[in-house]
Design a protein around this ligand. Structure first.
Ligand SMILES: [Zn+2]
Ligand SMILES: [Zn+2]
Length: 311
């Protein structure tokens, strides 16, 4: 079995909308996009503006070789889909893209993405992209399995009695969180080679901690959790962000502690938080959960080594 690699790289760590300017450059201004490389499989989560830069790297490094990747959407909000029309591999006829994500209210994933690219909003329609693309809806009763040596993921059902994933598979479990406006959001847990990583963006905490998320993330090596707000912003009497579907940093540390994870990574940074403020949030969070790091563009988690490599 080839377990030479299990890495997560951050290509976009901003929430709501992109940010720019010298005071933002350390953390980075692109919206959500993660790249996971595990056992030879390339898995991308969300297509915020960060995916544009990832796509350029993919086409540059691949030469004329065909690109074969799986893209998972947590939900269809614009900060998680906006980069998709500008993803260079989609414009190569040789690329194979498997795109999986939730229904967006009453729309299928394909209808939602196609709708975001209709004229007059986009010069290119979804069906005009020359790559081979398969789009499919997934729910929390599904489980995505990448078998060693098989590029095609299998989408199984948790309740299928013959469902028995092997420890050597790259296994992606799904939790649907209701703590995000208009339809909720999918949380993903990726397990491989006795290591695991949970990506919980666009979730808001509950009193006493989000118990379903805590159970889902139990014992994980890395929990990547939304931490958009300071408590003062969340509780502001004039502009409270309560109910907007995002967490404060201490909601994130609360889940990390209760779930017994090894490391907590804070993400979906507010687009108005400058580098200094993100550093302050990171320092405050470390006092509650010492193994906390704020995600920055270019940062990489090496799950097999258990290390965090800053860009
Ligand atoms: Zn978002
Ligand atoms: Zn959202």
């Amino acid at each position: 079995m080839n377990v030479s690699e299990f890495r997560v790289r951050f290509w976009g760590v901003r929430g709501s909308h992109s940010a720019t300017g010298a005071a933002m450059i350390g953390v980075g201004g692109n919206t959500t996009c993660l790249e996971v490389n595990a056992d030879g499989h390339q898995i991308i989560i969300d297509a915020g503006t960060g995916i544009i830069h990832l796509g350029h790297e993919m086409t540059k490094n691949n030469g004329e070789k065909a690109i074969d990747a799986t893209l998972l959407f947590t939900h269809a909000h614009i900060d998680h889909t906006q980069g998709f029309p500008f993803f260079p591999p989609s414009y190569r006829g040789t690329s194979i893209l498997r795109v999986l994500g939730p229904m967006a209210l009453e729309q299928t994933l394909e209808e939602a993405i196609a709708g975001s690219m209709l004229p007059p909003f986009s010069p290119v329609a979804l069906h005009e992209m020359p790559c081979s693309m398969i789009m499919r809806n997934i729910t929390e009763s599904n489980y995505i399995l990448f078998k060693n040596g098989d590029p095609e993921p299998r989408i199984d059902n948790l309740y299928n009695p013959s469902f028995r994933p092997a420890a050597t598979d790259v296994r992606i479990g799904i939790l649907r969180s209701y703590a995000h406006p208009k339809g909720g959001v999918l949380v993903f847990r990726i397990d491989h080679a006795d290591r695991s990583c949970v990506f919980a963006t666009d979730v808001e905490g509950y009193v006493g901690g989000d118990q379903r998320l805590i159970a889902f993330a139990r014992g994980s090596d890395f929990l990547i959790h939304d931490a958009q707000y300071e408590l003062e912003e969340y509780l502001s009497p004039t502009r409270s962000t309560q109910g907007w579907g995002h967490s404060t940093w201490d909601m994130a540390t609360d889940v990390a502690k209760q779930a017994g994870v090894r490391n907590l990574i804070l993400t979906h940074h507010d687009p108005f938080h400058e580098d200094k403020q993100v550093e302050q949030i990171e320092a405050k969070a470390q006092k509650k959960f010492s193994a906390t790091v704020a995600a920055r563009e270019g940062m990489e988690l090496d799950l097999l080594a258990g290390s965090i490599n800053q860009a």
